[in-house]
Design a protein around this ligand. Structure first.
Ligand code: ZN
Length: 125
């Protein structure tokens, strides 16, 4: 399963990016950007993420996925447009010489940590 290896990678990168002096902090949310051409199924990635974070610093964190549209640029007339149908030629000059600018990304946009208030850390009776 391709989403599982991505989820594990995301967890690894996210854990590594927590500053050393905040190692005790809990991660509330991981914001991920996924290009529509990256062939990742968001629902499947969500599921794999929830499995991959077990017993890690990310346990309990939420994954937020933002899908990035596919942006193309024509190599002939420099026209730029968003591809939403599998038609890979320039709508302006019909050239098939194009460059995919966005849509393949898989980036961790940001990681949000809980602002922990020590007084809130009460034990249940
Ligand atoms: Zn063109």
């Amino acid at each position: 399963m391709h989403e599982m290896s991505i989820a594990m990678q995301v967890v690894e990168i996210a854990v590594a990016s927590i500053p050393p002096d905040l190692k005790g902090a809990r991660v509330e949310r991981v914001n991920l950007k996924i290009g529509k051409l990256s062939a990742v199924v968001p629902d499947s990635l969500q599921f794999c993420f929830s499995v991959a974070i077990e017993s890690t610093l990310l346990e309990g964190a939420e994954l937020f996925i933002e899908e990035v549209p596919v942006l193309a640029a024509c190599g002939r007339c420099s026209h730029r447009w968003t591809i939403d149908a599998p038609v890979f030629c320039c709508p302006q000059c019909r050239s098939a010489n194009l460059e995919i600018l966005t849509g393949r990304e898989l980036d961790i946009e940001s990681i949000e940590l809980y602002q922990e208030d020590e007084n809130d850390d009460r034990l249940a009776p």
